[in-house]
Write a protein that binds this ligand. Structure first.
Ligand SMILES: [Ca+2]
Length: 172
């Protein structure tokens, strides 16, 4: 009983939903590129018609690394996204300055350009996304370029993706 009350209060306090407008645009995390805040819960939505496919291209992506994305993540239609490699912390969440880095530590860090590029995502149903961050260690965040295209658009002729193939088999 007590736990459910706390959960409800936490969910209503910080939840907002942003609808991605238009047929194309740029979708960025709060505070990008100067780093996201701690304790963020922000939801994103966009309607995708039966004949449409929403294409998401990662322009930049820097969300705290964890094997299970347990700390900070962008969840897109059920799948969590976060860094696969450690990068530079923008804000360590403490009031003191970030710890000094040695050459060895710097070698451990990497940049988005050095990371494995994140492949584009193809969404065949309404977008249902949420960006969540915890109380420690903030990174740069994400910038995603989005396009809503007809499934039969020639753009998809050379795209190898299950969602795309299923829609084109149905509608094109
Ligand atoms: Ca964090």
């Amino acid at each position: 009983m007590k736990a459910s009350i706390i959960f409800a209060a936490a969910a209503s306090a910080s939840s907002t939903v942003q609808v991605l407008e238009g047929n194309s645009g740029t979708w960025s995390s709060p505070g990008y590129p100067n780093g996201y805040s701690k304790g963020v819960t922000k939801s994103y939505a966009k309607s995708v018609a039966p004949r449409e496919i929403l294409v998401l291209d990662f322009v930049d992506f820097d969300i705290e690394m964890d094997a299970d994305c347990a700390f900070d993540y962008l969840k897109i239609n059920g799948e969590k996204h976060c860094n696969k490699q450690e990068t530079n912390i923008v804000n360590n969440g403490a009031t003191t300055t970030a710890p000094a880095t040695t050459t060895t530590e710097n070698q451990y860090f990497t940049t988005f350009a050095a990371q494995e590029a994140k492949p584009s995502i193809y969404i065949g149903e309404d977008l249902d996304a949420v960006f969540r961050t915890d109380a420690l260690f903030e990174y740069r965040g994400f910038q995603i370029s989005y396009r809503l295209l007809d499934a039969c658009d020639s753009f998809f002729n050379n795209v190898d993706d299950e969602t795309v193939a299923a829609k084109r088999n149905t509608y094109c």
